[in-house]
Design a protein around this ligand. Structure first.
Ligand SMILES: [Zn+2]
Length: 284
């Protein structure tokens, strides 16, 4: 057993450094450099663009860009922000790569009633990216693999019966998945919810709309049992968002967002004195 613990420490020798997630301030262990993460993102982007069809709906593209740019500005990060709309009505998905390139699948739009709900999705995905969750996941996989290999060597040399050895090895694989990888993913999901909520509030999108979106999204189908899932249950997700809501509303109100019916200061600088309804603008 002692030997097993020692082998488990091997990955520590390869750690590149520690990082801190934005907004939550959580300490992260990284074995992947930001350059490597960017390269992974670039590779993924080429693959996606090769096989997916981009939407040609100009009004929709403009809407995704309008919401995305506001969230991107709220991050305060000068990434190479880019927004793609993938024409796939049956896929309710969205994600953001490490380089700030965001993909929204048209299938998500049927769960979105207004721009604030669209901002909920996009801010969550941007939250994953700015917290470098991909780099952290890869780091974790590297550590888990190294630890599993080390443990396997230890089991091999310490366990005599071959049946017992096989059982240990099987438990090791399942244990690593259920015990480390999945809870870690659930934690990252909760963190992306946390970061996303604050970003949308900072971008002047009503954070209360996020609860409506997640409730609607939860009703879309069978929910996986939380223990075996990479995602927190909708109940847990909504409970956390409700807990964080006073903090988000504080940011929203401090920016004067609750005073504006349609806050689009960049495109419409003279909006404040005009009734937005008379302009036929999209309602938030
Ligand atoms: Zn997520």
């Amino acid at each position: 057993m002692k030997r097993l613990v020692l082998y488990g420490l091997i990955p520590l020798l390869f750690i590149i450094g520690c990082a801190k997630a934005p907004i939550t301030g959580r300490t992260q262990i990284m074995m992947v450099s930001p350059q490597q993460e960017q390269a992974l993102g670039f590779q993924a982007e080429q693959e996606i663009l090769k096989k997916e069809k981009l939407s040609t709906d100009q009004a929709l593209i403009a809407r995704i860009e309008r919401v995305g740019i506001r969230i991107a500005k709220a991050t305060g990060l000068n990434l190479d922000w880019k927004f793609y709309v993938i024409d796939k009505p049956d896929v309710p998905n969205a994600f953001c790569l490490a380089n700030g390139h965001v993909f929204v699948y048209t299938g998500i739009l049927k769960y979105v009633d207004n721009d604030a709900q669209l901002a909920t999705v996009m801010a969550h995905e941007i939250g994953h990216a700015i917290a470098h969750h991909v780099a952290e996941q890869v780091s974790l996989a590297m550590m888990t693999n190294l630890a599993a290999t080390a443990a396997a060597i230890a089991i091999d040399s310490n366990v005599d019966s071959s049946g017992e050895r096989a059982a240990y090895m099987a438990a090791l694989g399942l244990g690593a998945n259920l015990g480390i990888v999945l809870p870690y993913s659930r934690m990252m999901e909760s963190e992306a919810d946390h970061i996303g909520l604050m970003l949308m509030a900072k971008a002047c999108y009503d954070p209360r709309e996020s609860i409506k979106f997640w409730e609607k999204f939860a009703r879309k189908g069978e929910e996986p049992i939380v223990y075996f899932s990479t995602h927190p249950s909708s109940e847990q997700r909504i409970a956390q968002i409700k807990e964080l809501m006073p903090q988000a509303m504080k940011i929203y109100r401090e920016n004067g967002c609750d005073q504006q019916a349609t806050p689009e200061p960049l495109q419409l600088p003279t909006m404040k004195s005009v009734n937005p309804d008379s302009l036929g603008l999209p309602v938030e």
